[in-house]
Design a protein around this ligand. Structure first.
Ligand code: ADP
Length: 396
């Protein structure tokens, strides 16, 4: 039966892929092509518990997709089960409030939004063009990180700057991680009946991190902005700060505004504060062996996450659920605890035993008995959402 979906996440120098079967429930094969554009590129296939790394003779995106096609031709049962291709797209601007069946107009619109995602969107468009060339018969679907947040009200998405920047340049908050938030909202509705009619806060905490308020199933506010730099402190991103710092940094270092922005995107956050690493697990190990810089970075991360949870909560009528997800949200009991310590005034509390013993990769309620809000850990699954959207759009 044709029900497998090839999910592609095409970045500027990497291409992650997976083939999902059984309505997205089963991953048949997955992998990543890395260092594309260099002469040291490779593609890795993970299949039936085995990892196979192939050096790429030509590091183009097309060559990476050609290797996926080659792999499929030596696995004809999987090849013949393919029904479509789903692409993750970072920025859909105001053009897309939901996933879309890809045609040339859709590709052109994705290229139009490239001004706000200059590294990602051109790579996504390229991935689609290459996939059409190499898999000519397969329908393709684009799933946007921004789409879920198109329900924000103008008072949430507009920046308080002269309005002509919005009218003429589309400068506004877009928000990201929308596919993850949509998955969490639907998954929560399965385990907490009625949550799709309630107020939900979600902290998606990974290398990139953001918060979202979901009011009756719709995004009502989120911490990221016109780009993924706004909001929380992240692995290497500063998150929100006084914009005057941009010109102070460029003056202090005698560099351009773009170079100063690069510092806020790539050298700040956990990495900049700890001066050790952008990686939460590495910092937790350093903190446990007594490094105060690691503890300061993690505690700042927690304080700022709590602040942005409280901030987006102003769009809810009640905070019925708080969900932690993403690599850090799912795995760091330390950060979950410190974040919730900052939310005591909102009557949000967790049971420290449940929090510390939460089994990896499972959905679990970790609220304390006295908490007004149900606090959950829910592993996210963006690939599943992309596969399900693809199945639903290609069936129409
Ligand atoms: P991305 O934004 O790249 O998708 P992930 O959601 O994979 O990021 O999250 C990566 C982060 O999760 C890293 O900072 C990593 O250290 C952290 N992480 C993963 N496992 C653990 C763990 N067991 N304890 C603490 N942090 C963890």
């Amino acid at each position: 039966m044709k029900d497998s979906i090839l999910v592609i996440n095409c970045g500027s120098s990497s291409l992650k892929f997976a083939i999902l079967a059984n309505a997205g429930q089963e991953t048949l094969v997955e992998g990543i092509a890395e260092r594309l554009g260099s002469d040291e590129s490779s593609i890795t296939f993970k299949f039936e518990g085995q990892k196979n790394i192939i050096q790429l003779e030509d590091g183009s995106h097309k060559n990476a997709v050609a290797h996926i096609k080659n792999w499929l031709s030596s696995h004809p049962i999987i090849e013949s089960s393919l029904a479509g291709i789903g692409h993750r797209v970072v920025h859909g601007g105001e053009n897309f409030s939901e996933s879309a069946l890809i045609n040339q107009n859709v590709i052109d619109s994705i290229k139009e939004c490239a001004q706000f995602a200059p590294l990602h969107n051109p790579a996504h468009a390229k991935g689609m063009e290459v996939a059409f060339e190499l898999f000519p018969g397969l329908p393709q679907v684009a799933v946007f990180d921004t789409a879920f947040h198109q329900t924000l009200a103008p008072e949430q998405y507009l920046y308080p700057i002269p309005m002509h920047f919005y009218r003429e340049n589309h400068f506004r908050k877009y928000g990201f991680h929308g596919t993850s938030y949509r998955y969490i909202s639907q998954r929560l509705a399965q385990i907490a009946k009625g949550s799709d009619q309630q107020g939900v806060l979600v902290a998606h905490l990974g290398n990139g991190a953001s918060t979202c308020a979901i009011n009756k199933g719709l995004s009502s506010d989120t911490s990221m902005g016109i780009t993924p730099l706004e909001g929380l402190m992240m692995g290497t991103r500063s998150g929100s700060l006084d914009p005057s710092l941009l010109s102070f940094i460029s003056q202090a270092e005698n560099i351009s505004a773009d170079a100063a922005l690069d510092i806020l995107n790539k050298k700040s956050g956990l990495l900049g504060v700890s001066e050790i690493s952008n990686d939460c697990r590495t910092l937790e190990e350093a903190m446990e062996s007594g490094d105060p810089r690691a503890k300061l970075a993690l505690d700042m991360f927690a304080a700022r996450t709590a602040k942005h949870l409280a901030s987006v909560a102003t769009t809810l009528e009640s905070i019925d659920h708080l969900v932690f997800t993403g690599g850090i949200g799912e795995n760091s009991s330390y950060l979950r605890q410190v974040i919730c310590n900052h939310l005591k005034a909102l009557n949000i509390g967790i049971n420290s035993t449940l929090n510390e013993n939460a089994p990896r990769g499972e959905t679990i309620n970790i609220s304390s008995d006295s908490s007004n809000t149900n606090v959950w850990i829910i592993p996210t699954n963006e690939e599943l959402m992309i596969a399900l959207d693809t199945i639903s759009l290609i069936q129409h």
